[in-house]
Design a protein around this ligand. Structure first.
Ligand code: BGC
Length: 248
């Protein structure tokens, strides 16, 4: 069974046909630079262009780096502020025609893909999935079922939000060594541990690829594992969500 996923990010908008039997892309992924300013209208046009270019006429799942409630965008931490209050059903409906589509949070999508095709530990008990990138995205799971829009990146740890201290972008901006950065991540994970007592943390996002460089600095009690799915996760999760009829 094939589906289509699109991942809207700060620098690129990426889409691919996904084979839901394997969780792999069917053919090439297409990436178009995120228009600047990344207004809802400009982004929706790019989404439609990707779908058209890929010659896809079925359902489409779309991720956004924001809270999505009843298909309405509720936040805009690392995206254009004009997204707040946008009715995604209306916006994408105007560009994608009559086909079914759904919009969901990017970390929720990536987590769903990890549960389905990645580390099996995510399928049992309480698990906190995190993506470390420009911000910190999160997805909460209990026995593989998603509780959407958890936004753990915005929990205050000490004086600042978790993502302002320990995202991968902060590491780059402040030129922190892995050891210095993980010191911050440890404080963030310790807070999440206190709040949620998960069975495991699973970490995705670009920096999870370098887990062997920084994993040994972690010192929380909960096991921390790198996600098995890499940069395909958002697209795959979006494709799954629309097929499953998930409409957060
Ligand atoms: C946003 C989340 C998003 C995360 C990762 C955060 O700043 O609030 O909605 O999942 O970044 O993109």
């Amino acid at each position: 069974m094939l589906s289509f996923g699109i991942d809207i990010g700060g620098s690129g908008i990426k889409g691919a046909v996904v084979n839901l039997a394997s969780g792999a892309f069917e053919g090439e992924r297409l990436k178009i630079k995120t228009p600047q300013p990344a207004t809802p209208e400009a982004v929706a046009e790019t989404v439609a262009a990707i779908v058209e270019e890929k010659d896809w006429d079925g359902p489409v799942g779309i991720t956004v780096p924001a809270v999505v409630r009843n298909q309405v965008i509720q936040s805009a931490a690392n995206i254009d502020k004009s997204w707040i209050g946008v009715d995604a059903e209306e916006l994408f409906g105007q560009h994608l025609g009559q086909r079914p589509f759904t919009v969901l949070n990017d970390a929720d999508a990536a987590g769903l893909a990890e549960v389905a095709y990645g580390n099996q530990i995510t399928r049992r008990g309480p698990v906190v999935f995190l993506t470390l990138g420009t911000g910190i995205g999160s997805a909460l799971f209990i026995n593989g079922q998603l509780y959407p829009n958890s936004e753990l990146g915005h929990i205050t740890v000490g004086k600042k939000s978790a993502e302002k201290q320990a995202s991968s972008a902060v590491r780059e901006r402040k030129e922190l060594s892995y050891e210095q950065w993980v010191e911050r991540l440890n404080r963030v994970l310790a807070e999440y541990e206190k709040l949620f007592s998960p069975a495991a943390f699973v970490i995705g996002g670009g920096i999870s690829r370098k887990f062997d460089k920084w994993g040994h600095y972690l010192d929380v009690e909960t096991p921390v594992l790198p996600a098995q799915l890499r940069n395909t996760a958002g697209i795959v999760g979006a494709a799954m969500a629309v097929e499953d009829g998930l409409r957060p």
